[in-house]
Design a protein around this ligand. Sequence first.
Ligand SMILES: Cc1cc2nc3c(=O)[nH]c(=O)nc-3n(C[C@H](O)[C@H](O)[C@H](O)COP(=O)(O)OP(=O)(O)OC[C@H]3O[C@@H](n4cnc5c(N)ncnc54)[C@H](O)[C@@H]3O)c2cc1C
Ligand code: FES
Ligand code: FES
Length: 1368
Amino acid sequence: MAPGITVPEPAVSTERSRSLQSVTELYDDTLRFYLNGTKVAIDSVSIDPEITLLEYLRGIGLTGTKLGCAEGGCGACTVVISQLNPTTKKLYHASVNACLAPLISVDGKHVITVEGIGNVKDPHPAQERIAMGSGSQCGFCTPGIVMSLYALLRNDTDPSELEVEEAFDGNLCRCTGYRPILDAAHSFSIKNPCGKAKAKGGGGCCMENGNGSGKNGCVTQGTDSANGDQSFKRFTPPGFMEYNPDTQLIFPPALRKHQLKPLAFGNKRKRWYRPVTLKQLLEIKSAYPSAKVIGGSTETQIEIKFKAMQYTASVYVGDIAELRQYRFSEDHLEIGGNVVLTDLEEICLKAVEHYGPVKGQPFKAIHKQIKYFAGRQIRNVSTPAGNLATASPISDLNPVFIATNTMLIAKSLDKETEIPMSQFFKGYRTTALAPDAIIASLRIPVASEKGEYLRAYKQAKRKDDDIAIVNAALRVSLNDENRVKSVNLVYGGMAPTTVAAKEAISFLRGKKWTDPATLEGTMNALEMDFDLRFGVPGGMATYRKSLALGFFYRYYHEVLSEMSVKASEIDHDVRGEIERQISTGKKDHEATQAYEQRILGKPNPHVAALKQCTGEAQYTDDIPVQKNALYGVMVLSTRAHAKILDVEIEPALHLPGVVEYVDHRDLPNPEANWWGAPNCDETFFAFDEVFTAGQPIGMILADSAKHAEAGARAVKVQYEDLPAIFTIEEAILKESYFDHYRYISIGQDEGAFDEGVWKNADHVFSGVVRMGGQEHFYLETQACVVVPKPEDGEMEVYSSTQNPTETQSYVSQVTGVQANKIVSKVKRLGGGFGGKETRSIQLSGICAVAANKTKRPVRCMLNRDEDMMTSGQRHPFLTRWKVAVNKDGKLQALDADVFANAGWSQDLSGAVVDRALSHIDGCYRFPNVHVRGRLAKTNTVSNTAFRGFGGPQGMFVAETYMEEVADHLGMPVEKLREINMYKPNDPTHFQQELKDWHVPLMYQQVLQSIDYKERRKAVDAYNAEHKWKKRGLAIVPTKFGISFTAIFLNQAGALVHLYHDGSVLVAHGGTEMGQGLHTKMTMIAAQALNVPLSDVFISETATNTVANTSSTAASASSDLNGYAIFNACEQLNERLAPYKEKLGKDAPMKDLVHAAYFDRVNLSANGFYKTPDIGYVWGPNTGQMFYYFTQGVAAAEVEIDTLTGSWTCLRADIKMDVGRSINPAIDYGQIEGAFIQGQGLFTTEESLWHRASGQLFTKGPGTYKIPGFRDIPQEMNISLLKDVEWEHLRTIQRSRGVGEPPLFMGSVVFFGIRDALKAARKQYGVDEVLSLQSPATPERIRVSCVDPIIKRSLIEPREGEKSFFMAI
Ligand SMILES: Cc1cc2nc3c(=O)[nH]c(=O)nc-3n(C[C@H](O)[C@H](O)[C@H](O)COP(=O)(O)OP(=O)(O)OC[C@H]3O[C@@H](n4cnc5c(N)ncnc54)[C@H](O)[C@@H]3O)c2cc1C
Ligand code: FES
Ligand code: FES
């Protein structure tokens, strides 16, 4: 659970307390609200006043609402709060982040959680459609997503397609790739006929931007229902429940009449006040100026949680109606300081209507900034006053308020002050607001009727729900001769506060806008205004400067285009930003019909999907708290490399609730501290020395998570810093490697290369490929509950792990108890992706030590930042490659040195690099190959398995050298690919023949199905016409070897029990982490035993049912466990055969079992399977490495905005060969999810470290950007290969593993971006081969351009100057 803080000080000083007490003495002290239709009353004494709504809900057992980040960035904690909105006076069902909401904020309201709207027996239509539409895989994000959809439907029973797309901008999902969720949600929407819909950013269909006839029809298409153009409500899909708004949870009638009373709530350490009038608030502030005003709490709760800020007296102002009003005056709009942003969006739209588009420009600009401000849940509670008072340099609203000359009205008990917004910010996060004053309202002037132009801009790493890198509000007022009368150019993200570009403003005064010299002069002046240093805090100096200049350039031409000037003077293409259509997708549902059997091959939904959608599915942290349980919080190293001089724990032990501290001294022997497979080179607890920031030193145990967190903070560790290595380049320079070294050699002897292939080939090209790592970002962080038993040292370990057996082994080691007394159990994981294959063991080992010492249950769920700091990532890779190729494009030789950043310990890094070496050929044949792999040893977090396990890194090298070699040769890369693509039965560089090789076939099929040639022509034509927008097209093939490269892991066991009632219980060695393994395994058992699917059940994975399991990884779990289950079922079938003969072959299982039991037949069977044939030997390069290869091809078209680096994927087409699918619904889900995860890897997801401290900077959703709902391809078509034979495939059902293989195909978006960049560079005559690093972030895209704006923005480092952040 989310720990918070404890406050040792009294809430309010004695003197102030007396006066505050007198002001608030008549206040009520009981919170009253409704929870899922039931009345709740809570008084001050019975609850921790600091508690969030999420902590409260989970504490009372409503664990359907999940904790994913505690910072408002993932939406897993979404609940709905219904209230009569004081601004609109209407009932509003607000989706909110329960992790940020203070409990006091729900007084007088109706809280609805996922449990309140339906259950498995009687689900809500939103729950049913997401479940049945494969919108839930691991299910950890699902309750939040369901609640966002529920809120949308409660507020609008007929949402438009755009409203549906926008409803999830505050939710993240790491598994599904979003498409199935959107498809399920769109089944509730009104379809828009013209297809011009543009998500956000205006334009598009009138029905969305509010200037048409709305839901009654689309103006541009006409609304003639006879020709079918009218918008229409979709039918409820067949077999699904109708959504009936009249049967929803009602707003409790008592709340309609409920009179909000002022509240004073809390204890002597923390007090909450909830005044309901402005006067009451001002009295409180007058009596106690340092009382913290809380609006939406979206900023303050982050400060409390992550910066340990302590507010002893807080005043919740969200229920003061006076602060939530608005009023249109003739020359300004006045809004209350605490109007919530969702309402402000509506108010702005009304204002544009009220004042007209010219005078209403400020409101259009504010509306635009709010649209891209956080997610809906945040906008439903956060406020402009909160935004302004925070004084963030990257606030989205500050620039507009300053540029519009908004007046801030501050009020204290005895006075009202008008503060021009231009004078409000005094320095970094300081303002001109008096301590006893509050922001009462803002007066936003309307624009002039004539000559005034205002625009707002924002650029972030991700379009939705991301804070700005740079934003701006630019306003100019021109006279009749187009000369500048007044001007405001206000920027965020360029300085420690929101700033005006002074030089540019002063240059512009009096200048004629239409004079080209005005543009040039302003750009020069902006260069002076924003003369950033290379090492500027926040980094990205060149990019930020280019944005500042680029925004003005865009603005200049947008203004110019509204004047009567010659069209040739306007740079038309720079106007407007990239817009998205409503996204769509198709799947080929017929592809698998030929293989369908009674159960196998059918698209059954995930067996737990409905439980996940209703919040009934239980995850580790949902296990009820045992009576005397302790909560653990780790003490982590804050240094990258240092000697530990002293660990002072006394201050922690004296804090309330803290019970114990454990570290390496609590292990049975020093050797027990060491763990890690295959190399035992990592400690559970650091002693003497720390090797990375985030390394565990000890664990504090306390009676609550909050107390444990306070305790962990109070432990004082003294260090002596030692030199540290962070990046691969530094490690190479200092020769800092682990011993692991592998190579693959084929063809000419490596020694003969110089005189041989290099000399004889027509060309030799070389390059360096750099690729960043990737954070797993499973929605459920690492979690563990350890329950010691009173006898024999027995222990039960419940953890979110992909590896129950290794968990058992290490718990046995750290407790000194034999493995037969340790049971490691896993119900399900909220996502794993490799991040819980080994790294979960660190937490379970430490919790087990704690439980062993205290003899009490110990539980811990890591905070998101702790998880990201301790659990490692996908390995960053650096590869130096050299390729020999002949004139005709025939590849002759590949030589490569591959380096992975392993971090401070080896973990699985060796095997990851091995797999990269085996995938470095991509799908291409080289007669001569010499590739070598090494592990860089650095002082960073230990990197680990991640979906693909080095395969994507290897294939990324392959596709990069293919692209670059093709560019060198001046040949289309598609042609180079076709010349060199493996043919059936060709051997790879590790001498494995490619059987059932379908990549060339699929490659041709994809080229044809997407009309590649025509699309290429269209892209070229588009690029010739557009200066600032470029399109790119790419196609990428993939082959992914299936098998663990450690041979012994290719085995699995299963246990199948038949019961008297005919039901079947299956246990196997794999864990369910959303990938649908249990669904497929259940289907295999049901098919094999000839029973209905509903009669088969998998309860959990546990080491006391199936022992010595391999980790669930390598995409091999269905193959391995499936066959083991099949083997057990075959044994049972054999034993039941006589009874089938007697009772008939279709006799129900119940009768067969009954008869067999009375004949004393064993009705339990233990199955086993090991993969045949494999046995590769490294070095000699002999033996078979993989059992088979899963294959695929993907194509994508992207559009980039070269002025800002923004991009969108217009369309992606994916084709995969998954053999005869066991379950196509699950397989399609894996393909969609992996593709989007791959897209994230190669585009938005960038991990950064603070150079000065060596600490991870990107450690939460606020800074680390996985793709969101509206980052997916606008059109995404997926199909499975059909009409072929799989002659050599001997897996169960002849299916292929699918978990990892599609991930690499996400790189096609990267290569599409690269293609677009080539066009952008060519426009300026630059033909030099582009070496583009992954991820292709907006920053990298922008700085790869070569236009005059980026050239003048270039900031070089001064001597010795380093960037603020570093990528390792
Ligand atoms: C996930 C997430 C995404 C975000 N995205 C963005 C974004 O895209 N753009 C952006 O600009 N910001 C963003 N923010 C920051 C934050 O949401 C905004 O600053 C928001 O407007 C704060 O409003 P609030 O009412 O929640 O403030 P609170 O947290 O309640 O308060 C913030 C500060 O304002 C003070 N305050 C509140 N009301 C008053 C008042 N009436 N008078 C005086 N002081 C007052 C408080 O005392 C406190 O110091 C994001 C935050 C989160 C958590
Ligand atoms: S847990 Fe609340 S938004 Fe992530
Ligand atoms: S199903 Fe969405 S995070 Fe797993």
